[in-house]
Design a protein around this ligand. Structure first.
Ligand code: UD1
Ligand code: MG
Length: 451
């Protein structure tokens, strides 16, 4: 039997933020969500989240997620030991193991936790913790081990003597306790330390029978206390993601200048050009060329799509579309095969038929375009009357002249031609030429031209 407790009550003073520390995002996902996600494969029977500082905000945020933990309030926040003492009532005489995770250590792999649990269970220790050798261990608690490999004690950096600080084996803040044993020593913790807090790490010396597992990949145990560490973790996570996708056949021309979210997938032979970013849920087909200078958010791209200096959000593009430079595809832009969206064109909540072209300086919103439509430069769908949005429908093979305004609601049939500079306010039947502009008048001899 396994219970998981995540410590997330601290204020995160060093972050200097109005946001609770564990709600800081890393590649778009908060620290605490990441920690919770890393425990899912262990299938714990209970998951408890210790909250305190801005507890309501944290609860509100996490209730939107599928597997909401049990919230345990720690008030005031008197240290990590005090935090775990709050579990005495809710866990009671639970007989199993308790995995304790710091809410601010977000890059831990599920496999590492599985290994920790396996070692803990086979050794019969009262507690097994994750440790690591760091070149720069400053800030972390130091782990003191005897000749037999048993952990004797953990001493916090600020409580260490100069000599103790030379020990570079650190406590990662991840522990697997046998709960019935921990329950007995929790009431014995004292606040006799530099911060005057109850330290969970003091339970190690009290438990006597403590083991540790040394983690090799240091990115896994990096704790986030300030913005510098947040940025370092982001960099490590991005590196992990890019390495993964390079192995799967994605080319990054300038990897360090690009970022991804974990919810992205790429086909084969995708070329990601410099300064290109993918956020949220993105699905990119084979042979796409994205960037330079593009931002793709929550979008699905079929095979052979090219995007150049453009921004896509909530868009769906079929095979062979060509986007940009400088295009903006907004939510519910749905492009069929081979659509071309060019310079300074914005598309929102519109379906654009196969082979259609919107090449220059247009706004297409709340519209439905059939196949092979050619939208002339500067054509605008005037979809908003100040109160409601209305639809524009354009049939197959139609053409709009430069600078047309299509005042919605309006339906243009198939094979319609709209004269340049027209303002179209009435429906146009199939095959018709629509002209909606003042006839040109020339006034002769308006000026005297001297030869
Ligand atoms: C802690 C460990 C340290 C370890 C490091 C690893 C202790 C005393 N020290 O130090 O040995 O090397 O993590 O990252 O445990 N929290 C609460 N309630 C509180 C205080 C903290 O829930 O009253 C939570 C915080 O929100 C945070 C976690 O516990 O998620 C760790 O607290 P933090 O203050 O960051 O401890 P560190 O100084 O990093
Ligand atoms: Mg910390």
């Amino acid at each position: 039997m396994l219970a998981v407790a995540v410590l997330a009550a601290g204020k995160g003073t060093r972050m200097k933020s109005s946001l609770p520390k564990v709600l800081q995002p890393l590649a778009g996902t908060t620290l605490v969500e990441r920690v919770l996600a890393s425990t899912r494969s262990l299938q714990p029977s209970r998951v408890l989240l210790i909250v305190g500082h801005q507890a309501e905000r944290l609860e509100a945020e996490l209730k939107q997620h599928p597997s909401t933990p049990e919230f345990v309030l720690q008030q005031p926040q008197n240290g990590t030991g005090h935090a775990v003492q709050q579990l005495l009532a809710p866990l009671g005489d639970f007989e199993g193991d308790l995995l304790v995770l710091n809410g601010d250590v977000p890059l831990l792999r599920a496999e590492t936790l599985e290994q920790l649990l396996a070692q803990h269970r086979s050794s019969g220790a009262a507690v097994t913790l994750l440790s690591a050798h760091l070149q720069d261990p400053s800030g972390y608690g130091r782990v003191f081990v005897d000749g037999a490999g048993q952990v004797q004690a953990i001493v916090e950096h600020r409580d260490c003597s100069e000599e103790q600080r030379q020990n570079n084996l650190i406590n990662a803040g991840i522990y697997c306790f046998h709960w019935p044993r921990l329950r007995q020593v929790l009431p014995l913790l004292s606040s006799d330390n530099d911060q005057g807090e109850l330290y969970l790490t003091d339970s190690i010396a009290l438990l006597k029978n403590a083991g540790h597992l040394v983690v090799e990949d240091l990115s896994e145990i990096t704790g986030i206390n300030d913005r510098r560490q947040l940025a370092e973790c982001e960099a490590m996570l991005q590196e992990r993601l890019r390495q993964h996708w390079m192995k799967e056949g994605v080319t990054f021309v300038d990897p360090a200048s690009c970022s991804l979210s974990e919810d992205c997938s790429f086909g084969r032979d995708v070329q990601v050009e410099p300064q290109t970013h993918f956020r949220g849920h993105c699905q990119i087909g084979d042979n796409c060329r994205i960037g330079p200078g593009s931002l793709i958010e929550n979008s699905v791209l079929g095979d052979d799509v090219h995007v150049l200096f453009s921004m896509l959000n909530g868009a769906t593009l079929a095979k062979g579309c060509r986007i940009g430079p400088y295009a903006h595809l907004r939510p519910e832009a749905e492009l069929a095969e081979g659509v071309r969206i060019g310079n300074f064109v914005e598309v929102k909540k519109s379906q654009i038929g196969a082979g259609s072209k919107v090449n220059h300086l247009s706004y297409i919103g709340d519209a439905q375009l059939g196949p092979d439509v050619n939208v002339g430069a500067g054509t605008i769908t005037a979809n908003y009357d100040g109160v409601n949005k209305h639809r524009t429908v354009i049939g197959a093979g139609s053409k709009t002249g430069a600078n047309s305004v299509l005042v919605a609601p309006v339906v243009l049939g198939a094979g319609v031609t709209v004269g340049a500079g027209s303002t179209i306010t009435r429906d146009v039947p199939d095959g018709a030429l629509a002209l909606g502009r003042a006839r040109q008048v020339n006034k002769d001899n308006w000026q005297t031209i001297n030869p």
